[in-house]
Ligand binder design. Sequence first.
Ligand code: HEC
Length: 105
Amino acid sequence: MKITCIIALAALVASSINNMALADGASLYVEKNCIACHGANGNKPVMDAYPRIGGQSEIYLLMQMKDIKTGTRNNNHALAMKNIMNNVPDEDMAAIASWLSRQIQ
Ligand code: HEC
């Protein structure tokens, strides 16, 4: 009985953490204005030259965000996004990357 309760509690905590990450990523994506360029779910970019990022792997998305923020990834195009990233702390990037990776292309 005790074990069943512990398992049920653990499952509940795990699912609410997962839901929190999903909810945060979705609202941060709008709040931080990513949607202005990358469009709904990261898959409707406002210009053909802007990448589709919905459904991309989480780790890749996070790496690119960090590289653009730090200037490691640097071209005339990335500059459009770099200023935005200055207002996106690492934990927000992780939440957005997690949510984006679950969006269907
Ligand atoms: C002003 C327009 C603009 C805004 C706002 C913007 N981006 Fe971008 N983003 C771009 C452009 C342009 C590129 C491509 C840069 C390049 O070619 O190096 C890019 C690239 C990316 C990439 C890498 C994609 C790949 O395939 O390598 C990710 C991930 C990304 N953006 C996420 C975000 C997130 C998350 C936000 C919000 C916090 C955001 N962007 C806000 C324009 C924007």
